[in-house]
Design a binder for this molecule. Structure first.
Ligand code: ADE
Length: 279
C-alpha cells in the first residue's frame, strides 16, 4: 500500500480535498494512506517558528531547514529507502508528469514537503529531499495545491482506485497522446451533432476514429508531445490523412518539424504513406 505524508504549515488545505471523490474512496478502501503533518509541530522553539530572514538580505522570509529535517526524520526513520521518495514542491523543480505519477504510484512511501514564503532553505532540496518537483511554469503561493495535484494524479493510478480498470490506461498522456473527444446524449445539442460514426455501432471504425482524433488533437494542440509519442505504422498513416485533409494541421506539423528537426519522425514519414483503411 502506498503511504503518502504531506508536511505543510496549512494542514487544513490538504485534508479536506482528499476526503472527496476517487481519492477519498481509495483512501477509505485502504488502497493508500495519506497523513498530513503540521510543520510547526517540528519547530525547535516554543514559538513554533518555521521561517527566518534570508542571508544576504532581501525581502520576505525563507523557510528554515530544521523543521523539515525533523519532520522527515520522524516520518522515515533511517532515511528514505529504495522504494521511498521525499519530494519538495517548488517552481524550480523538475516537471511533474504522468510518468512521475506512475513512478510515485509504485512507491512504498512518498513524503511531500510544501514550501511557502520566498522559498525554502536550499539544504532541504539538496540534501533532505530525494527530488524537487514543479507542477508547471507558474508560481503558486505555496506547495500545497501542487501537492494535491501530485496526490490525485498518483492515487488514481493505484490498482482498484478507478471504477473502470481500463480508464487509466486510456488517459490523455498515458500513450504520449492527448485523449480523443468524448460525447454523450443528446445526439444533437443546440444544432451541434455528435460525429455520426460514434452512433454507428461499428466498434472497429469507432476505434479508428478515436485514434485519429487523438492524433489530430495532439497534432493541433501539443505537437511537442507528438514528436515523443510511441507511434506505429497505422498511426503514421492516420497522421498522413490528417495532414492531407486539414489545412489547419499543416502549419502545426510544419512548425513541429522546424522546432525539432530529427524528432518528428512520425510526421515526416507519413508523407511517404498512402492512406489505408486499417482499423
Ligand atoms: N510552489 C510554488 N509554485 C509551485 C509550482 N509551480 N509547482 C510546485 N510547487 C510550487
Amino acid at each position: 500500500m502506498l503511504s503518502i505524508d504531506v508536511v505543510t504549515i496549512f494542514p487544513r488545505m490538504i485534508a479536506a480535498p482528499l476526503a472527496e471523490g476517487i481519492v477519498g474512496r481509495a483512501v477509505s478502501r485502504g488502497l493508500a494512506r495519506v497523513g498530513v503533518h503540521d510543520l510547526r509541530d517540528y519547530s525547535e522553539n516554543r514559538h513554533r517558528t518555521v521561517d527566518d530572514a534570508p542571508f544576504g538580505g532581501g525581502p520576505g522570509m525563507v523557510m528554515k531547514p530544521e523543521p523539515f529535517f525533523r519532520a522527515v526524520e520522524a516520518l522515515l526513520e533511517g532515511g528514505p529507502g529504495r522504494d521511498d521518495a521525499v519530494a519538495l514542491l517548488s517552481p524550480r523543480g523538475d516537471r511533474f508528469t504522468q510518468k512521475t505519477a506512475l513512478r510515485y504510484a509504485s512507491l512504498r512511501r512518498l513524503v511531500l514537503l510544501c514550501g511557502r514564503y520566498e522559498g525554502v532553505d536550499e539544504r532541504v532540496g539538496r540534501t533532505l529531499a530525494t527530488e524537487e518537483i514543479s507542477i508547471g511554469d507558474y508560481v503558486l503561493t505555496g506547495g500545497e495545491v501542487a501537492a494535491l495535484a501530485v496526490i490525485e494524479a498518483t492515487i488514481r493510478l493505484l490498482p482498484g482506485a478507478l471504477g473502470d480498470e481500463t480508464s487509466a490506461a486510456c488517459d490523455s498522456f498515458c500513450e504520449g497522446l492527448l485523449d480523443h473527444p468524448q460525447y454523450t446524449r443528446p445526439a444533437v445539442f443546440r444544432g451541434i451533432a455528435v460525429p455520426r460514426i460514434l452512433l454507428s455501432g461499428d466498434h472497429a471504425r469507432v476505434r479508428r476514429w478515436r485514434r485519429m482524433e487523438a492524433l489530430r488533437s495532439t497534432c493541433m494542440r501539443r505537437p511537442d508531445l507528438l514528436s515523443r509519442a510511441d507511434l506505429d505504422e497505422g498511426d503514421r498513416a492516420l497522421l498522413s490523412e490528417i495532414e492531407r485533409g486539414s489545412l489547419e494541421a499543416r502549419p502545426a506539423l510544419e512548425s513541429m518539424r522546424e522546432a525539432e528537426p530529427g524528432m518528428p519522425k512520425a510526421c515526416e514519414e507519413v508523407q511517404d504513406h498512402e492512406p489505408h483503411g486499417k482499423s
